[in-house]
Design a protein around this ligand. Sequence first.
Ligand code: NDP
Length: 350
Amino acid sequence: MDLGHLLHLLIPSWKSVAILALFFTYLAIAGSILPGKLVPGATLPDGSRLHYRCNGLLSLLVLVGLIGVGAKMDIVSLNVTLVLYAVGCKSTNQGSSLKPHVTENLLDDWWFGIQLNPQFMGIDLKFFFVRAGMMGWLFINLSVLARSVQDGTLSQSMILYQLFCALYILDYFVHEEYMTSTWDIIAERLGFMLVFGDLVWIPFTFSIQGWWLLSTKVELGTAAVVANCLTFLIGYLVFRGANKQKHVFKKNPKAPIWGKPARVTGGKLLASGYWGIARHCNYLGDLLLALSFSLPCGISSPVPYFYPIYLLILLIWRERRDEARCAEKYREIWAEYRRLVPWRILPYVY
Ligand code: NDP
């Protein structure tokens, strides 16, 4: 491939930029006007609280409906085109090549500076970017699915992968309000990493398994399918259960946990339920889910395991940073919590 051709692939077409702008404009308008629960966020250092309109699910459903209506003539090509263009890339031959080519131009534009809670026209940008990334991931997956149907290569592995990811993404939007008490929203600053991570990293790297399955045939036995489904189910219960328990506890520290009064350290930290098993049990659930997205690809190649391996590294690093933040914030209360719950992520291992 010569340099000219490579450069050509890296430069977005006007159409791609227009559709990307359309996608963001839609998200901004839908996020502002569609009804949704108004959830108060964490208390800021100045005592104020931001409020988040949790209408991501409705925004997603309306967008899917609009695409469906607009694409009655050819939903497959429209999906592929919309997604690839929406995330700022283009295929060499309108749907015949699904390889993404992220543009440097867009990355430059995505630099917004490093602020904790940047707002633009009343929209919380961190919340907005996560939403865009999760929707982008779903649309890329749907495009890959459409492609495999079109090619006649739809397999059991592809169905499992698609099903698990779609459930995870829909679940994110159903429980979008829990996002307001996560580390990303309360403590992470909006810089290149967060913007790049949400808009490019999530949609593209989380969908590697789908791209891979388009060109690779995998035979899964019944035992493998059952093990895969169990991994997803257990991962989901731990992930959603732990995040929900923390969210409920933050809103009402007296709420029962697993049907019993919560065990609380220093009046501030939950030390029972999932949070009594490991200090970041929610990360364990997420890691099991990530594994379940890759298991449909079998074990013949490490490529589809990129996401769980990346997530393992990211969450271990994040756990260390969160631990340092909490030790600083809660001091002796955190030391007491560590004594009560000695495991970081996986009991008896880490
Ligand atoms: P958490 O939701 O675990 O939030 C950590 C914060 O929760 C702490 O800073 C502290 O904040 C509070 N906290 C910690 N322990 C307790 C406790 N025992 N009781 C009460 N409050 C506590 O972290 P994340 O935001 O990192 O993760 C949220 C979810 O998002 C996780 O499930 C994670 O796996 C997932 N995630 C997924 C990623 C992906 O790429 N797939 C990337 C990052 C996260 P405070 O000061 O408010 O008390």
